[in-house]
Design a protein around this ligand. Structure first.
Ligand SMILES: *Cc1c(COP(=O)(O)O)cnc(C)c1O
Length: 361
């Protein structure tokens, strides 16, 4: 068997090795049925079982209340940038958005195609290194919803609190933080997450939506983008992304075996403390984010001299530490340390960083 590297990719990201092995073992002959999951009818008893089990495991992991639907849709998180206003924003209504970085900006730009958008707060005044406190937000009187991005995957800026917006439905893009630590789903109207960070393969997006928010879509909303239609059809109005859904289900099973989200939270806390601790203690590496807004899952850092970036990456790759190059808009480095990236990977990274600093610092 080939040796698996430590993969710090922001997305599509590392998957648990045990999950890949299980998928491999089941690939040609799923549980003695003589065919692969990819070759099954999505309406078959076998596949319906796989789909239902995945949903139930996710419900268990996040303690999702029964008045929420869980949808397994396509088009990634980006499709939701349009789908949310089409379903939740009346043509003469207004929606509030919070701008904390590149992903929230994309959500804002797309939503503007469909109606009035009020940017209630922006981290721009802090160069996107800190999150404005809610006292400084300019909320609309009758917002259809408030949208925010709890974890900005590129900037590495994360809320460690949940906005309080009373009766206004709270909509959260949890693409890169879902399942990383415990959340109270009942505080949200809608949660969505592209799968390829902390759930499974790309292309799939999981939407958790409170039932009273269904049935509000505009008449012009395409059928495929209508939450009510998706909910009524068990996310099978058309052929769903069957293999991605199945593989996500294997990840949910794995998470349960690991002790669920509480155990992940503990592990993730240890991982991020180790990495930020190493960055803060060094003279070569730095991270500019306010300490209470540092992302647990995506850790950007810079080297004091940009000319060291390339040698750093080359040395990292030689040690099997992959995909540490920062997003092109930010530069520097970024280590994404999702659930499937173990403490051993972070330890290996920190050891390499110290070694590199000794040589070049
Ligand atoms: C990756 C990401 C997206 C985009 O996801 P796609 O599935 O590629 O559309 C949106 N929001 C956040 C926070 C992300 O991390």
């Amino acid at each position: 068997m080939s040796k698996r590297a430590f993969n710090f990719c922001a997305g599509p990201a590392a998957l648990p090795e045990a999950v890949l092995q299980r998928a491999q073992a089941e690939l040609l002959d799923w549980q003695g049925k003589g065919l692969s999951v990819m070759e099954m009818s999505h309406r078959s008893d076998e596949y319906m079982g796989i789909a239902a089990r995945a949903e139930q495991d996710l419900r268990d992991l996040l303690a999702i209340p029964s008045n929420y639907k869980v949808l397994f849709l396509q088009g990634g998180a980006s499709q939701q940038f349009a789908e949310i206003p089409l379903n939740l924003l009346p043509e003469d209504g207004v929606a509030d958005y919070v701008d904390t970085g590149i992903w929230s900006k994309k959500a804002i730009e797309e939503a503007r195609r469909f109606g009035a958008i009020n940017v209630a707060a922006s981290a721009k005044g802090y160069d996107y290194f800190a999150i404005p406190g809610q006292n400084d937000w300019q909320l609309s009187k009758d917002a259809a919803y408030l949208h925010y991005t709890p974890n900005e995957t590129i900037g590495g800026l994360e809320f460690d609190w949940i906005p309080e917006v009373g009766e206004v439905p709270l909509v959260a893009d949890m693409s890169s933080d879902i399942l990383s630590r415990a959340i109270d789903v009942s505080k949200f109207g809608l949660i969505y997450a592209g799968a390829q960070k902390n759930i499974g393969p790309s292309g799939l997006v999981v939407v958790i939506v409170r039932e009273d928010l269904l049935g509000r879509a505009r008449s012009a909303c395409p059928t495929m983008l209508n939450y009510q239609v998706a909910a009524d059809n068990g996310s099978m109005y058309n052929t769903p992304a069957t293999f991605s859904w199945y593989l996500s289900g294997l990840v949910f099973e794995w998470l349960k075996e690991q002790g669920g989200v509480a155990a992940m939270e503990q592990r993730n806390r240890a991982k991020k403390e180790l990495l930020y601790g190493a960055i803060d203690a060094s003279a070569l590496y730095s991270n500019p984010i306010a300490t209470n807004a540092r992302s647990w899952m995506n850790v950007p850092f810079r080297l004091a001299d940009e000319r060291l970036d390339q040698p750093f990456l080359v040395g990292a790759e030689a040690r099997g530490l992959l995909n540490l190059k920062g997003h092109r808009s930010v530069g520097g480095m970024r280590a994404s340390i999702y659930n499937a990236v173990g403490l051993d990977a972070v330890q290996a990274l920190v050891a390499y960083m110290a070694e590199f600093e000794k040589e070049h610092g």
